[in-house]
Design a protein around this ligand. Structure first.
Ligand code: CP
Length: 293
């Protein structure tokens, strides 16, 4: 049984999550690609994207889907067309699935209910980025051979991060320890997994997940890039303090010299490029599950 849509991980069971990760890893190992009836697929990205948009497109092409070219800068969204009307227009042309990224929160689920076309959430405001969490979990599983009994620390701009929010939704299903460290400069932060001890998160974690400072969602400067790097950036010195078998992740795009330094990018602990590669296979798995739902 596949999925009708993929809008959030909040309503996915542990076995559904594991199934997507397993399928993604099978695709990575070379499982046959031509699994779907050729049909139309449309990316609708109303916020910038490189990784998510192109990995969905790569995944769709590997699966034999035909991709439509939706350019928001030349679309009728600029003439005031609503998201529902845009998606209904795309559906009416015979498209079977749309992958949607948008800034506004809380409307995609309601719109998806009114459409026959399947909807996959490719990033929604500060709360949802389900396929990023799936590819991150796949990357962790690929390295450790398990998701259970690990300490995962997410460090950075958690309040504005849909990556962190969706990963929390996913990791709640597994027996592991989750730490969320948000620099105090970003202001009040309360969460069941809050850990205010940066040193502990750095030194005792199997997975250190760094986040981008989401300046486009900030109303003011909380901390300068230089100070952020000085206090919380993954420098060579801090990398040496992490556990011997720890891995360092970042969803990208990353800011060199802010969340992490250029000189550590080729260290074997850094899994950023593996995350990008796994994004293609995780999204192939998601598209397969959605088409089979
Ligand atoms: N991680 C991520 O969502 O990257 P893009 O914004 O480039 O898609």
């Amino acid at each position: 049984m596949g999925l009708k849509n993929l809008l959030t991980l909040k309503n996915l069971s542990k076995s559904q999550i594991e199934k997507i990760i397993d399928l993604g890893l099978e695709f990575k190992k070379g499982k046959s690609y031509q699994t779907l009836t050729p049909t139309f697929y449309c990316p609708v990205f109303l916020e910038p994207s490189t990784r998510t948009m192109l990995s969905f497109e790569t995944a769709a092409k590997k699966l034999g889907l035909k991709t439509l070219n939706f350019n928001p800068g030349h679309s009728s969204t600029l003439k005031g067309e609503t998201l529902y009307d845009t998606l209904k227009t795309i559906e009416s042309m015979g498209t079977k699935v749309a992958v949607v990224r948008l800034k506004q929160e809380g409307i995609l689920g309601e719109i998806a209910e009114q459409l026959d076309m399947k909807i996959v959430n490719a990033g929604e405001g500060t709360r949802e980025h389900p396929t990023q969490a799936l590819l991150d979990a796949m990357t962790i599983y690929d390295h450790f051979g398990r998701l259970e009994n690990l300490t995962v620390s997410i460090i950075g701009d958690i309040k504005h991060s849909r990556v962190a929010s969706s990963f929390v939704d996913l990791y709640k299903n597994f027996e592991g320890k989750l730490n969320l460290f948000s620099p105090p400069e970003f202001g009040e932060f309360d969460h069941e997994f809050k850990n205010p001890d940066f040193e502990e998160c750095l030194k005792n974690s199997d997975v250190v997940m760094l986040l981008r400072n989401q300046l486009e969602r900030h109303e003011k400067t909380f901390i300068t890039s230089e100070d952020y790097n000085l206090k919380y950036g993954m420098t060579l010195e801090r990398l040496k303090q992490t556990k011997k078998n720890a891995i360092i992740m970042h969803p990208g795009p990353f800011n060199r010299g802010v969340e992490l330094d250029s000189e550590i990018l080729n260290d074997p602990k850094i899994k950023i490029w593996d995350q990008v590669t796994n994004g293609v296979y995780a999204r192939m798995a998601v598209l397969s599950e959605v088409f089979n739902g």
